[in-house]
Write a protein that binds this ligand. Sequence first.
Ligand code: C2O
Ligand code: CU
Length: 487
Amino acid sequence: PTSAGTLVRSGLRLPAPFQVPLSIPRVLEPVVRDADADRYEITARQAEAEILPGVRTPIWGYEGTFPGPTIESRRRRTTVVRHRNDLPVPTVVHLHGGRTPPESDGYPTDLVLPARGWRAGHHGMHDPDAVITQGSRDYTFPLEQRAALLWYHDHRMDFTGPAVYRGLAGLHIVRDDEEDALPLPRGDRELPLVITDRSFAADGTFSYPSLDRSLTRVPGVTEAYAAGVLGDVVLVNGAPWPVHEVSATRHRLRVLNASNARRYELALDPPPPAGAAFVQIGSDGGLLVAPREHRTITLAPAERYDVVVDFGAYPVGTEVTVVNLLGAGSTRDVMRFRVARAERDDTAIPPRLSEVEQLARGQAVVTRDFAFTSGRIGNRHGWLIGGRAFEIGHAAARPRLGDVEIWRFVTDLHHPVHLHLVNFQVLSRGGRPPGPLDGGLKDTVDLGPGEAVEVITRFDGYRGRYVFHCHNAEHEDMGMMATFETV
Ligand code: C2O
Ligand code: CU
């Protein structure tokens, strides 16, 4: 199996691929730009979207759109986002990849209740650790971090899967001077691509198993839900198998896998007549030290790749399809580029992209082991870290602020492991050196079945409580999350 999960088939006829134009999520304007911060307001609300042509789909969207609007910030310029909740359920918003103070990290119990019409009593307000705000909450991001592609999404943990599936995800791009100084493609040659999979019921609604039963805080879900939910429609920026015209020049693709459970291995069909398909310039945590060439790129849920594709390698008129080598049938196609016209290319990929401190094994003060396995929670199937399901009060690790640690993950099945607060470097994979796609600073690392992966990181930034978890959203909802506390 190439993706952990159960395929949900759509109950309507799927449209032909490569008909719908690619759209780029709109960049949100701050409501206030003052001396010390940019202030934004985002309302999560129910809306309808025409995702499949002629079909109306109810969504939950930040600002009523799927994906939500993009926030663009500068490094070290504080961004404050006021998230208002107009949905019928409590929410929490997490900035994935953000180096964030704990009170703004979107901890699973920092619930924001619906602004109106919420009847207390059936969602976990009995949790003694729950921090409840009514209607809206300000999240403050100092953004003391390098330029990178981050994303924000719902993070309730008992309901993340269904909430994100309904649309609660958006991009947050951080920029800095170091990156600006490089002659990389920008403007309309820089394309954010948010890849997700969904299934649609006959009436146009998203098909998601066991939605009502999963509304309880105790994981009470069927096996189909438990494995992870796979859709049969591939969406890029919310459009099914879109098509996009490009000039025959280099383009920078900033790819996020925002799917709940699906992994993708992306390739170009046809491959370029000369040169590599993808020149990787960045990973989850920003620019690599030096570019790396790949024939394909594999993305587990929540991973990002920053790659340059040179469409100048193709004759004008070529149709270049992005295919998913891990997919079959409708999930094999992702999107298509049409090389429409020649254009002068004044971009280049410098041999040196950034300086990143390389952490070495000898710097680590401790190695910790975490097993990601399936197991039982009471009499139900669940997903566990170190033999236990998520417990808010139990810290699985207490790293000292500033310390370098090695964390070793072992697993039974596929699990994309994500750490809040920090970026890490992959030290080893399956007892061997890291793979070609493991380079740079990461916040999410994919574990293959039976694989052990070591990562090294410095626990810098803030003291407080954070989480790490599997980013298969259904696994996460079913317990595969743990707490660490920087002290
Ligand atoms: Cu993308 Cu803890 O999340
Ligand atoms: Cu998992």
